[in-house]
Write a protein that binds this ligand. Sequence first.
Ligand SMILES: [Zn+2]
Length: 69
Amino acid sequence: MTRQDLARQDLGFMPRENPCAQCGKPIARPDWVEHGDGRTSYLWHCRACNYRFEAIAIYDDVQLTPLAA
Ligand SMILES: [Zn+2]
């Protein structure tokens, strides 16, 4: 995986400066981004403490029928 691969997957929303789940240091950008069905997984790797963790963003882009129809 290269930096160019990461840049190509940067399609709009990209979390940045996410604090490390272990030591709290901000991580500039995720190591790996995987786009799924209505969700995107971000794999973060903290270079300060070498901790890896995953964060998942759920997108609510499905148009639901209004309940009060
Ligand atoms: Zn850390």
